[in-house]
Design a protein around this ligand. Structure first.
Ligand code: AKG
Ligand code: FE2
Length: 322
């Protein structure tokens, strides 16, 4: 089978969000479960995020990255105690990759008044742009995708036969990170150059908005041992599971490898990923009787301790290995 004949399942979430007849919710739960079990990814319509909000978000991303590079550098996430702000192109290199990612990114998270727990909670860095052009639309979008990410978690719990009430603990003060991304045009003269190199997402649910027509995302299909190109279509979200879900579901849901090679002809590509991880101190809701009481925080510390420092109290509180 050629890869262009295989596409990710398309799930209409409106049957869950706004059911019209008996069986609508159950059908969505089954479709999401099957997609996440087989691919770890699906495409979503009927997600409830207004198209105007999606377009507004892409416009804000464009405005942000069009700022002069010296201005963007002043907002570097490396200088921020909560790891919020700007990541320059070339700053991210995975072990084994020949070249760093060409993408540039900007991180927004929960808006808490003071820095707590080694910066997992705290205030955002807002660029010096008019609020109506950036902060307001971005914050509105953050809340919408926060809500959608939580809803997908809920559906995944139901898919494994667990009650939605488990979300109360899990989503008490959830770690939700929004990452705005701009990929420069792909350079075919640089072999091994990716927008984002092959990786799995480390955390919970990812809710991905792509700029319509700017293709480039590819998902690894284990059975075919091939990369499946994923179309960037208007008003269709891409949803995928990260390693936390792969591990905590005992492999029932997959965390699939993916990468980005900007396929737009000599043009940049914009996207926006919202990662819904869960409360820092919450444990596995996908298997409430999991004897391993691993927390969301322990997984996040493990993932980032090479890059950032975390204080001892936090490491002990989330139960990460010292
Ligand atoms: O931009 C995309 O299409 C995907 C981005 C991605 O995989 C990531 O940021 O983890
Ligand atoms: Fe990813």
């Amino acid at each position: 089978m050629a890869t262009d004949e295989v596409t990710l399942p398309l799930v209409d979430l409106s049957g869950y969000i706004n059911p019209q007849q008996p069986g609508d919710k159950e059908r969505v739960i089954a479709e999401v479960r099957d997609a996440c079990a087989k691919y770890g990814f699906f495409q979503a319509t009927g997600h409830g995020i207004p198209l105007g909000q999606q377009k507004g978000m892409l416009k804000s991303i464009n405005t942000l990255f069009n700022m002069p590079v010296e201005e963007k550098r002043k907002l570097s996430f490396l200088k921020n105690p909560c790891r919020r702000g700007y990541e320059e192109s070339g700053a991210s290199l995975r072990d084994g990759d020949p070249l760093p990612d060409s993408k540039e990114a900007y991180y927004i998270g929960r808006e808490d008044p003071v820095v707590e727990h080694s910066g997992f909670y705290g205030p955002n860095v807002w660029p010096p742009l008019p609020e109506e052009e950036f902060r307001n639309p971005v914050w509105e979008y953050y809340q919408s995708t926060h809500h959608l990410g939580q809803l997908i978690w809920e559906i995944l719990l139901l898919g494994l036969g667990h009650p939605v009430s488990l979300m109360e603990e899990f989503a008490k003060r959830p770690m939700v990170v929004l990452k705005m991304i701009r990929y420069p045009p792909h350079r075919s003269d640089l072999p091994g150059q990716f927008g984002v190199g092959p990786h799995t997402d480390f955390g919970g649910i990812t809710v991905l908005l792509q700029e319509a027509g700017k293709h480039g995302l590819q998902v690894w299909h284990e059975g075919l041992e091939q990369w499946l190109p994923v179309k960037a279509a208007e008003d269709i979200y891409i949803i995928n599971c990260g390693d936390m879900i792969g591990k905590w579901s005992g492999g029932q849901y997959k965390s699939a490898k993916h990468r980005v090679i900007n396929a737009a002809d000599n043009e940049p590509r914009l996207s926006c990923a919202t990662f819904f991880h869960g409360d820092l101190f919450a444990t596995n809701p996908l298997n409430p009787s999991d004897p391993n009481r691993e927390t969301v925080g322990a997984l996040l510390v493990k993932r980032f301790r090479n890059q950032f420092s975390f204080d001892k109290e936090l490491i002990a509180a989330v139960g990460a290995p010292a």
